[in-house]
Design a protein around this ligand. Structure first.
Ligand code: NAD
Length: 478
């Protein structure tokens, strides 16, 4: 399977070698899978010229044509879901079940934006003062740089490429160094679906700044959409300042999971496992801390512990495996560090609490109780299969705990009381709220955060706006 996947740079539709190659490994075995071409600065500059040169022509293609390319790409992804999922499991580690879910989710952005391409609308109005008319139109923002992380190697790409293609923007994608194969494979698939040469380049690299530096230094590139850590996002916003490029920032999270005593506990435990364990916990929307009303905390911890301890951990390609390895040694070591810090400060592990022996970056699904407020795990994104539980007594306290973080991506809340759901939902400072569900991601909904989780939205009717500029034409009275 790996033999048939492209491993070269994709520059404006052509495959080519870069300046050397770098290794991609299987996190479940620590074995090298293959080597991938490493983009040089000259490749990057050429990709910029191609993106700029093709922008006008691409913007003038009929929206229906752009939509149909996306629709075909959705069909191809759906037909080949099994192979695409296997590739993702091999380079990223997640179980095949998780990879299949990501392929479906990723493809859905192409289907959604294939439909949005023909709904880019404007406005016609009379000047309120009488006389002339006002025309409001939307145009593609221009050539874009799209930078994606390793945790969802495909969906974080289609969430950006779908609206960029639908809007009529050319694009350069910089996939994460750990997981370049899914995106290279997608480039080949898009070409097959009819994407004209010149619209897309994909530049894997051992140096992210070797790609982003020259691209963003060029004022003809008009937009950066970035998904990744808050730290890198801050630097990139600064890099966009000199040329005032538009930015969308999908950054880190620290999602609270609020469980009220009136909740349906079956539903809450199920939601907790989804919110925590989707993607091995390596997700920006993973529940990072569980705040549980005291009267139900004991039962919730018992049931969550039972669920987490019965999850099957193993290589993602094995039948029945639910939890794969973490993506690399650094990620596993970070989880070890945060759990050890909590244990040293007095927390207890009711299950797990340590990495697994042997090859592969495995960490046992873990539940921590008695986690003190100063534990780092309550403040920092753990990005692993660890659920720290603390308790609260009143609703005000729950809201205070939820908002006591620099992040604001998503919050989960479980209650049977509709008034409370709306009251607390509106009081939490996040871009998204899951009410009695541990899953909010949906191509038809605006995904994104506030505060240090960034700005901009991906998906929904809002998603395409990130790739459109508004132009107003004042028409004189004739
Ligand atoms: P990261 O910030 O290290 O890297 C993300 C991407 O940016 C990669 O392609 C990387 O090569 C590139 N990059 C790194 N340094 C760069 C630089 N100086 N200039 C330009 N590009 C650079 O993040 P990661 O470890 O790959 O991903 C995990 C992070 O992503 C977590 O914080 C997670 O919460 C976040 N994330 C957010 C969302 C969201 O939608 N909000 C979704 C998924 C992941």
């Amino acid at each position: 399977m790996i033999e048939n996947v492209p491993k070269q740079l994709f520059v404006g539709g052509q495959w080519r070698d870069g300046g050397g190659r770098f290794a991609v490994q299987d996190p479940g075995t620590e074995q090298q899978l293959c080597e991938v071409a490493d983009a040089r600065e000259s490749d990057v500059r050429e990709a910029v010229e191609i993106a700029v040169a093709n922008q006008r022509k691409w913007a003038s293609t009929p929206p229906r044509q752009r939509g149909e390319i996306l629709r075909r790409a959705w069909e191809l992804m759906t037909d080949r879901a099994e192979d695409i999922a296997l590739l993702m499991t091999l380079e990223m580690g997640k179980s095949l079940t998780e990879s299949r879910a990501e392929v479906a989710y990723a493809a859905e952005f192409f289907r959604w934006f294939s439909e949005e391409a023909v709904r880019i609308e404007g406005r016609y109005a009379r000047n309120p003062a009488g006389g002339g008319r006002m025309l409001v139109a939307r145009h593609p923002v221009g050539p874009c740089l799209l930078i994606t992380p390793w945790n969802f190697p495909l969906a974080m790409g289609t969430r950006k490429l779908g609206p960029a293609i639908a809007a009529g923007c050319t694009a350069i994608v910089k996939p994460a160094q750990l997981t370049p194969l899914s995106m290279l494979n997608l480039a080949a698939l898009l070409r097959e679906a009819g994407l004209p040469d010149g619209v897309l380049s994909v530049l894997p690299s051992t140096s992210a700044s070797r790609v982003s530096g020259p691209v963003l230094a060029d004022a003809r590139i008009r937009k950066l959409s970035f998904t990744g850590s808050t730290e890198v996002g801050r630097k990139l916003v600064e890099q966009c300042a000199p040329n005032l490029q538009r930015t969308s920032m999908e950054l880190g999270g620290n999602a609270p999971f609020l469980l009220f005593s009136d909740a349906d506990l079956d539903q809450a435990v199920k939601g907790a496992v989804t919110a925590k364990m989707r993607n091995n916990g390596e997700s920006c929307v993973a529940a990072n801390r569980f705040h549980v009303q005291s009267s139900v905390a004991g039962e919730f911890v018992d049931r969550l512990t039972e669920e987490m301890s019965s999850m099957r951990v193993g290589h993602g390609t094995e039948d029945g495996v639910q939890v794969g390895p973490l993506v690399n040694a650094a990620q596993r070591d970070k989880v070890i560090e945060l759990v050890d810090d909590a244990l040293e400060r007095g927390a207890h592990a009711t299950t797990g609490g340590k990495p697994l022996d042997g090859k592969g970056f495995f960490y046992a699904p873990t539940v921590l109780t008695d986690v003190p407020p100063d534990a780092r795990i309550l403040r920092e994104e753990v990005f692993g299969p660890v659920a720290p539980v603390t308790t609260f007594d009143t609703e005000d306290e729950a809201v205070h705990l939820a908002n006591d973080t620099e992040f604001g991506l998503v919050a989960y809340l479980f209650t049977r009381d509709l008034d409370r759901a709306i009251r607390v939902g509106e009081a939490v400072e996040t871009g998204m709220v899951g009410v009695n569900t541990g899953l909010v991601s949906n191509a038809a909904a605006p995904f994104g955060g506030v505060k240090a989780s960034g700005f901009g939205r991906e998906g929904g009717a809002e998603g395409i706006e990130e790739y459109l500029d508004v132009q107003y034409l004042a028409l004189a009275n004739q």
